[in-house]
Design a protein around this ligand. Structure first.
Ligand SMILES: [Mg+2]
Length: 113
């Protein structure tokens, strides 16, 4: 379901509105240790979708939960996640890939030779 407002800024505004609605900043909802715990919880739900063979729609919903938490952590910690994304993806594009135990791994392999 697309609503036509799917730029990063539109999505961040929606997450900010969610934070504002529940005043997360003044109610502990933006404390980083709590947010890390929530992200771990959602990652567990993502994992359960895969390991329990749940429908793809369930997986998408759990990934959306995680994405919303990530975007909210951008707000909570006053980061610039969009900029960090672009810096990192450009760095990843310059990295080498290796096959490790049958799976590709793109990483910084310095010191492993
Ligand atoms: Mg969830």
């Amino acid at each position: 379901m697309k609503n036509g407002n799917d730029s990063w800024d539109d999505m961040m505004a929606a997450v900010q509105a969610f934070h504002d609605k529940h005043d997360l900043r003044n109610n502990g909802g933006e404390e980083l240790s709590y947010r890390v715990a929530l992200m771990a919880e959602e990652l567990g739900e993502v994992s359960a979708c895969v390991t329990k063979g749940k429908p793809r729609e369930d997986l998408a919903e759990e990934l959306a939960d995680l994405l919303i938490l990530l975007m909210g952590t951008d707000i909570a910690a006053d980061l610039d996640l969009k900029n960090a994304f672009w810096e990192k993806i450009h760095r990843l594009m310059r990295r080498d890939a290796r096959m490790i135990e049958g799976r590709i791994r793109v990483s910084d392999f310095h010191g492993m030779d």
